[in-house]
Ligand binder design. Sequence first.
Ligand SMILES: C[S@@+](CC[C@H](N)C(=O)[O-])C[C@H]1O[C@@H](n2cnc3c(N)ncnc32)[C@H](O)[C@@H]1O
Length: 318
Amino acid sequence: MNDQNSFKGKLGNYSFIETLDGSVTLHSDFFDENFHNLKGAYEETFFTYINGSKLSRMFEDQNLASFSLLEVGFGMGLGLYAVDKYLNDKYLNDKYLNDKFLNDRPLSQKIHFHFVSFEIDGELISWQIENDQQMKNHYSPTSLPKLSEWHKEELKIQNESFVFYKVEKEISPHLVFSGILLIGDGRKVLQPWFRQNSSWPKFHAIFQDAFSPKKNPDLWTVEWFKELYQLSAKEVILSTYSSATAIRRSMFEAKWNVLNQKAFAHKKAMTVATIDELTLGPMSEDLKLKIENTPIPAYRDQDQSEFVKARDKKMQSN
Ligand SMILES: C[S@@+](CC[C@H](N)C(=O)[O-])C[C@H]1O[C@@H](n2cnc3c(N)ncnc32)[C@H](O)[C@@H]1O
């Protein structure tokens, strides 16, 4: 394997690190954090997002013909790769489950799987497309389309132009995949894109995978979780590795029903959140009291301007 160990993006350097389950992650110099847990990038992703958001609901609920997944921060594409592997291992390569959940549907009841993500560092995505071979050694989907198969297009929001990648592929006679990857600040591009594509279904699952709240605060604010609430279906499950009281308070103030769950590996807790209490049950009284009485404030947009300014300056300088 003749892999490059690091490369430069708009937000500085990225270096590959091998994690304990044998899968790789990246370290971002700008955010000064790894993209995943060093105990296992793939296993963490599977535990926190595939299991955490109960993705199996999507394929097994015969009443759900169309569903939509949002990944907050596309990064190196491990979230989508884990979805692809899960889809193959659990359904497509298992005749019994494939027949039971996919093939036994009438063709008129195809499942339409919608995926949306965004990434602020466009060069991180360009690097992956140009280094398809190296990505194949790590994360290359087998059923879902590879990034190099997505078409590049332009999106106009007011006077600004943004790039996005788009793809549609029939994965099996009963399953169609549509993917959108928006390049830009998720806080600026997601809502306008949705407004221009009003037939896109609201989110049933959200992988909230920003860097930690201290390093990436703009994606953990009350205003951000309000936006996600508005863009979500009633049955949504949002999952995230973080259990910080401040982010739980941000979610709570944005009207999410916040739940505590055991986290991956050595970590004690992670967070899942729903809109409808019937999806996973109501928030515990203990957690509600803790959030209502904590002196720790929620994250708010108004306090993030210094961070946003420094980040945008870094982007412009590269
Ligand atoms: C923890 S990494 C995501 C890892 C990714 N889910 C994966 O599994 O490969 C967080 C990602 O969010 C991106 N990001 C951070 N702030 C952003 C913003 N405001 N808008 C869009 N992307 C952002 C970072 O550049 C980084 O790639």
